[in-house]
Design a protein around this ligand. Structure first.
Ligand SMILES: NC(=O)c1ccc[n+]([C@@H]2O[C@H](COP(=O)([O-])OP(=O)(O)OC[C@H]3O[C@@H](n4cnc5c(N)ncnc54)[C@H](OP(=O)(O)O)[C@@H]3O)[C@@H](O)[C@H]2O)c1
Length: 433
């Protein structure tokens, strides 16, 4: 290896600008750590005229991908352009040209990670993507290296800053979903089209990547059941607060005895759970290992410099591997086989809010149904509405299977006194899972 490592960037937007800034500002430290100088040699963009957030020599910019992918002096390609098909094509070209690749692209890695790893391995190239999950939090290396000696059994994450910001505003200021979303958009925490964030799709992609690495199992994006936060009401959030629970969009992945359960769902977390204290746009990933017990990784899940630190750390790892002559030797093939748990094996507590006619015996009709399904109740609130002659009943149940709870809902639906089932959510963190 020469005394210089040359890097080509695909993209110079929010993250790419941060990468250039960190490489420039940390040049001396990088040289000390790696024994080589890191040089940004070429940068692919779409628009050469656009103003940039970072000082770059305009002659480095190009709109021709070949200037990066076919430059034999470039050792490492950093993909920070986003999108799926073109990014995948460029990364495959980079591997074919024996270049190592670092990516921040969760959409791509969630969908095509195993295929890209296979290509990397075939070409003896490294492929790292620490920035694709929870931005600046070093969670992927935390689970693949830091906890490599343990058997991780459960991962729970707040891995989408936009939804966490919205839910925090709804809980702390009593804001409606619409008002909190608007505020998030004004502050740049939510995109103009927030669908991927608020419907849980972005979190699902991150959970697929996390679960794959945490469990060493072949987790596909389709394995992650998803529901977003756009139907959550201020009433439910306040009810949860009253009962000691905080609403969060939780990415959940559990893997025991070869059986996988993974989803992204709005969930009431007990205020005792460490994730309940994670507010605003912050991210956190809670990891339960068989030997280590509980651990939690907390920090900024996005942003130019936080995300860029993860990318430059990947670059440090690549350069160290080049020096040791061990590139392309990451063990990423799944060790375990996977079977998905069916709904009789997926257990949770539940929050249920129903609206019923306010007449004598209504509550006992409802509680009889819980009793018939062997679901005991932990907390109950009953609120009569004298004007409408209705009552709202809110319960927190003890643990039951998803199958049993679904059967219960079907029975409740048939109650003559029922006005509507207003909402129901999973409840986690009460200490009895
Ligand atoms: N933003 C974050 O905080 C964050 C956090 C974690 C991960 N990520 C991931 O990082 C990646 C980049 O995100 P970003 O926020 O930096 O995006 P961005 O600000 O939109 O920047 C994208 C950059 O890629 C260039 N580009 C896009 N498509 C191109 C194409 N077909 N050909 C050439 N250049 C192209 C753009 O060029 P022009 O500038 O000329 O338009 C721009 O410089 C995404 O995969 C994202 O999911 C972002």
């Amino acid at each position: 290896m020469e005394n210089k490592v040359s890097v080509g960037l695909l993209g110079l937007g929010v993250v790419g600008s941060g990468v250039v800034q960190i490489i420039n500002e940390h040049q001396e430290k990088l040289k000390h750590q790696l024994g080589v100088t890191v040089e940004v040699k070429r940068i692919l963009v779409r628009n050469l005229e656009k103003a940039r957030e970072v000082d770059v020599d305009p002659s480095l910019l190009t709109v021709n991908p070949d200037d990066v992918l076919n430059d034999s002096e470039i050792d490492v390609v950093i993909e920070v352009m986003g999108g799926i098909d073109t990014a995948k094509d460029y990364i495959l070209q980079a591997f074919a040209a024996k270049k190592h690749v670092i990516s921040a692209n969760k959409d791509l890695v969630a969908l095509h990670g195993p295929e890209l790893h296979a290509e990397a391995e075939k070409n003896k190239c490294d492929f790292f993507y620490e920035a694709s999950v929870a931005g600046g939090i070093p969670i992927l290396r935390g689970i693949t290296d830091g906890l490599s000696s343990d058997r991780i059994e459960r991962v729970m994450g707040i891995v989408n800053g936009t939804t966490n910001y919205i839910l925090t505003k709804m809980a702390e200021e009593g804001a409606t979903y619409e008002a909190a979303l608007k505020q998030a958009q004004e502050l740049g925490f939510a995109e103009a089209d927030p669908t991927a964030d608020v419907e849980g799709l972005d979190a699902a992609r991150k959970m697929a990547i996390l679960a794959r690495l945490a469990f060493s199992a072949p987790v596909d994006l389709d394995d992650v059941k998803v529901s977003g936060i756009s139907n959550i009401t201020a009433e439910d959030i306040q009810n949860g607060n009253e009962l000691g629970y905080t609403m969060k969009l939780i990415g959940y992945a559990d893997f025991k005895n070869g059986e996988l359960e993974t989803h992204v769902l709005p969930t009431f977390l007990s205020n005792e759970h460490p994730l309940a204290a994670v507010k605003n746009e912050y991210n956190a990933v809670y990891v339960h290992g068989k030997a280590v017990g509980e651990t939690m990784f907390y920090g900024p899940g996005a942003g130019s410099l936080p995300t860029a630190t993860a990318i430059v750390s990947d670059l440090v790892a690549v350069v160290k591997n080049i020096r040791l002559g061990v590139t392309g030797e990451q063990v990423v093939n799944s060790y375990y086989k996977k079977a998905l748990k069916d709904e009789s094996e997926r257990f949770s507590q539940y929050y249920l809010r129903v609206n019923v006619e306010d007449e004598t015996g209504v509550f006992s009709k409802l509680s009889n149904l819980f009793h018939e399904h062997e679901i005991s109740l932990k907390r109950i609130i009953q609120r009569p509405n004298d004007e409408k002659k209705t009552a709202e009943i809110i319960v927190i149940s003890h643990q039951t299977s998803e199958e049993n709870f679904t059967n219960l809902l079907e029975k409740i639906q048939k109650l003559d006194v029922l006005k509507e089932i207003s909402s129901y959510y999973r409840v986690e963190g009460d200490g009895n899972e």
